[in-house]
Design a protein around this ligand. Structure first.
Ligand code: PLP
Length: 452
């Protein structure tokens, strides 16, 4: 069932399924069908749907005060949420700034980085550049798009984007590692590429290097190889630039630790978070700033020259606090680790020999399957075949009833089709079996029907 829409959807000529509700890890359609939500939308849902505790926490806050103008006021929920976030970083981060979307968080991080250098010393005024990575995604607003490396989403707006951004290769072992190259050699090569880029643009002109610890939608759940983040942080330190880690998609527990950087042996100077922060119950995201950044801002003008009408929104903070309490009380990060290991094992067993499955990778409950036209040559499908989108669409048919996410492969006109599997943190072993079975059948049937 689909409906004619008055909404300016992203895909203007696409049919949409009317969603009536959510129950646990299922989505309920208006026509009564139940779809297993194996990706929480775009890795947003993390405690499932219809959680009474979160709904009540938001309702209580809405009745108490739904809005807080942040020039003069604060709320207990905002203070508690920011305290929780800062305390979760083992002393690495000093303050949190709450906004409504990952893109807003990235905009704020970019401006915080620039302002940090201005407050540090007038001589740092020349720091106006950013280095990020190709095939990255940091958001859809102009600043976030500018620092991202998503060519398709940037293309039409290129003349509007700030130009002081350059990009280096992502750390993607499947596509980037040379035959016979060790992890250490690959890391050293990527660190040198970054170092060379600093040298090329002028090392004292760079504010920050920006990267996702586990690349989400732009590559499909690609973790870096061991040692990569330590190596790139060393390059940033060498030139006095900041390290901004974008954990909008991979953070807040998705990879098995609350922050993905905990598994990399580094702590960022600035960090963005979103999606699983509020688990989809309210639009909420944020930036965490390290004490180093906060100290400089405080010694300077002590004002962050930025602000949104709805920053620190009380309903969003209430939702996020309750979602995070549930994650902690129910020890869901341990479940992410255990169920993540099971998902990895079962996906590999079921799909690693499939002729069109090129690579299965991920961390925690954040897994990507990349498809290839030719397995031996790791050749991607042509963009026009829209393989990832086709698989996800087919997954919604009655015989599979499983919602997986097309990343931004063919759905966004770029090569390297992949789907993302990112179930809620409370997923059970039998549900993992169900996901692997239905996704396995779906992939078999999709390719058996032929790709045109
Ligand atoms: N950064 C990353 C890594 C993301 O995956 C996304 C969204 O997918 C964003 C930033 C932008 O977040 P939002 O869509 O909430 O603006």
């Amino acid at each position: 069932m689909s409906m004619k829409s008055a909404v300016l959807h992203r895909h203007l000529s696409h049919d949409f399924l009317p969603l009536a509700g959510g129950e646990g890890n299922h989505l309920l359609l208006e026509d009564g069908r139940r779809i297993f939500d194996a990706s929480g939308g775009a890795a947003v849902g993390c405690i499932g749907w219809g959680n009474e505790r979160v709904v009540q926490a938001v309702t209580r806050q809405m009745l108490a005060i739904p809005y807080c103008s942040t020039v003069f006021y604060t709320t207990k929920v905002q203070e508690e949420l920011c305290r929780y976030l800062v305390d979760s970083t083992n002393g690495n981060m000093g303050r949190a700034y709450i906004v409504n979307s990952g893109s807003e968080a990235m905009e704020a991080a970019v401006k915080l980085a620039r302002q940090y250098f201005l407050e540090l010393s007038p001589a740092q005024d020349k720091r106006t550049r950013f280095i990020s990575r190709r095939q990255s995604y940091h958001g859809i607003t102009l600043g976030a798009l500018a620092v991202g490396g998503h060519e398709y989403r940037r293309a039409k707006f290129e003349p509007l984007l700030m130009q002081n951004v350059s990009r280096v290769s992502p750390c993607n072992a499947f596509r980037g590692k040379r035959p016979g190259e060790t992890d250490e050699e690959y890391v050293a090569r990527l660190a040198k590429e970054l170092d060379d880029e600093f040298q090329a643009v002028g090392p004292d002109t760079v504010c920050a290097f920006i990267a996702e610890p586990v690349v989400g939608a732009a590559l499909g759940c690609v973790p870096s190889v061991p040692g990569y983040f330590k190596a790139v942080q060393a390059v940033c330190r060498k030139y006095g630039a900041l390290l901004i880690l974008d954990e909008v998609m991979c953070g807040m527990g998705r990879t098995g630790t609350l922050h993905a950087w905990e598994q990399e042996g580094v702590a960022p100077d600035l960090q963005t978070i979103g999606k699983a922060l509020g688990g989809g119950y309210q639009p909420i995201a944020g930036v965490l700033a390290s004490q180093r950044v906060i100290d400089v801002l405080q010694k300077g003008s002590s004002v962050f020259v930025h602000g949104h009408t709805y920053q620190g929104h009380p309903a969003g903070c209430a939702a996020a606090l309750e979602v995070q309490r549930i994650i902690q009380e129910k020890n869901l990060l341990a479940n992410v680790q255990a169920m993540g290991a099971l998902l990895s094992k079962r996906l590999h067993e079921r799909l690693k020999n499939h002729p069109n499955v090129g690579n299965i990778r991920g961390r925690g409950l954040f897994w990507g399957i990349e498809f290839v036209a030719d397995k031996e040559k790791s050749l991607p499908f042509p963009v026009e075949a829209h393989v990832a989108l086709g698989i996800c669409e087919r997954g919604l048919a009655k015989q599979y009833s499983t919602s997986v996410y097309p990343g931004t492969g063919s759905a966004d006109g770029i090569r390297g089709d992949h789907i993302i599997i990112a179930p809620a943190y409370n997923v059970r072993a039998e549900e993992i079996e169900w996901i692997v079975d239905s996704v396995g059948r779906l992939i078999d049937d999709f390719f058996a029907a032929g790709v045109s």
